[in-house]
Design a protein. Structure first.
Length: 202
């Protein structure tokens, strides 16, 4: 089987899926071994299951993004093409106007962040529009057995990571908030009112 035929495979589970699963599982095992060697408190052990689940999700989604994103620019293996009367032309015209390259650049950045465990909440937020587009095309446009599995999988993993880090930006879900400029939070910036978000007044 050639790489091109592998990437275009409609099999429910491919060797790439297996490799990503093994890589993410190895990351969890390494994290568990390091915690075991360093010793952990009872409090830390209580949250261990969630931490390991987040590590697995980060590595699976991050490795998949790095498998897909950089290749668009480096051409390490043939770029997979969507074979569908609607999705195929969509990919073609996205490439023609340069939007596909932007998406692949986003995937590359997100992959690096997720694997290195840096800027994870921001990376997950940045990836979500791409993930939702993939989900929509996979489920409501292409809708073959393979995409009906991979599309929801990407959305679930991305949403899980956002939920796992949601405590950092839960305040944005409040119905009314007063302005709190981003630059007011930079180191050395003068304090701009209260340090905690509050309702806007009229």
């Amino acid at each position: 089987m050639t790489i091109q035929s592998l990437l275009a495979s409609h099999a429910l589970v491919t060797p790439v899926d297996v490799a990503l699963t093994l890589l993410a599982s190895a990351a969890v095992i390494i994290a568990w071994y390091r915690e075991r060697g360093l010793g952990s408190s009872l409090t830390a052990r209580k949250g261990r299951g969630m931490r390991f689940a987040v590590i697995w999700a980060r590595w699976f989604l991050g490795a998949h993004a790095l498998f897909s994103g950089p290749n668009y620019f480096l051409h390490l293996y043939p770029q997979a093409q969507m074979v569908h009367p609607l999705a195929g032309p969509l990919q073609h015209y996205m490439e023609a106007v340069g939007l596909f390259g932007v998406i692949k650049a986003i995937e590359s950045i997100v992959g690096v962040c997720l694997i290195l465990d840096v800027y994870v909440p921001a990376a997950a937020m940045l990836e979500m529009p791409v993930t939702f587009t993939i989900f929509y095309l996979s489920v409501f446009v292409v809708a073959d057995p393979r995409t009906l599995w991979t599309g929801p999988r990407e959305l679930i993993l991305n949403a899980f990571i956002l939920a796992a880090y949601g405590g950092w930006f839960a305040d944005i879900l409040r119905p009314r908030l007063s302005p709190r400029p981003l630059w007011s939070q930079w180191p050395g910036a003068p304090a701009a009112g209260s340090s905690t978000p509050h309702r806007a007044t009229e």
